[in-house]
Design a protein. Structure first.
Ligand SMILES: [Zn+2]
Length: 207
């Protein structure tokens, strides 16, 4: 029997946001309700990098491609969830080496971040050297269970090395309930046009 596991963050006011910045909190504005109208409507005020989301090259590369350049055929595909829960600070090149990344693979990193239900400023991130190793291996994409693939390293080398290699970056995954292994990844970003990221519903199916 096929199993489905939702690995997205619920989006609502008070959710974990990057660096706990107040301006990154979603705001749900009720623009119409039954006290004055015959329908209930809500306007969403959310950052493109809210919750589980996909970064487009423009996020870190001046003049880079925007989110609609990433097409669904790149996001509905096989992936491998790898166990890096033993990593305490950063995923290093040696950790990547041990995984044996293959060209064209999409890797999802399950780390101790998945057990945090708040924004932890000390989240496990991907070091620039690890990103280089992944880029050299020719991976198609990486997903991580933190709201950032790096912790604002100077120059954003992790993002840039992955993006320059054409690797897709998914941030904000929830992998606590996922066993390491191979799955079908379904990542569906909102069909936004011309921006640097999009929130996405992401789930895994057993193959
Ligand atoms: Zn992002």
């Amino acid at each position: 029997m096929r199993t489905l596991t939702d690995i997205s963050m619920p989006i609502c006011p008070g959710m974990p946001v990057y660096k706990n910045k107040e301006e990154k909190q979603p705001v749900f504005e009720t623009t119409s309700d039954f006290s004055t109208a015959s329908a209930h409507e809500t306007r969403l005020h959310i950052d493109a990098h809210t919750g589980t989301h996909i970064d487009a090259p423009l996020h870190m590369l001046e003049g880079g491609a925007t989110i609609e350049s990433i097409v669904l055929s790149q996001l509905v595909r096989s992936c491998r969830v790898v166990d890096l829960t033993g990593v305490t600070d950063a995923i290093r090149a040696a950790d990547v080496e041990e995984l044996g990344p293959k060209a064209g693979e999409f890797l999802l990193f399950k780390t101790r971040n998945s057990s945090d239900d708040f924004f932890n400023p000390e989240f496990v991130y991907v070091s620039a050297d690890a990103a280089q190793r992944l880029a050299d291996a020719g991976i198609a994409g990486v997903g991580i269970d933190a709201l950032g693939v790096e912790r604002a390293q100077p120059g954003h080398e992790t993002h840039k090395r992955l993006m320059n290699a054409g690797a897709i970056i998914i941030e904000g995954l929830r992998l606590a309930d996922v066993e390491p292994g191979v799955y079908t990844l379904v990542a569906a970003p909102l069909a936004l046009v011309g921006v640097d990221a999009a929130p996405a519903r992401v789930f895994l199916m057993t193959e």
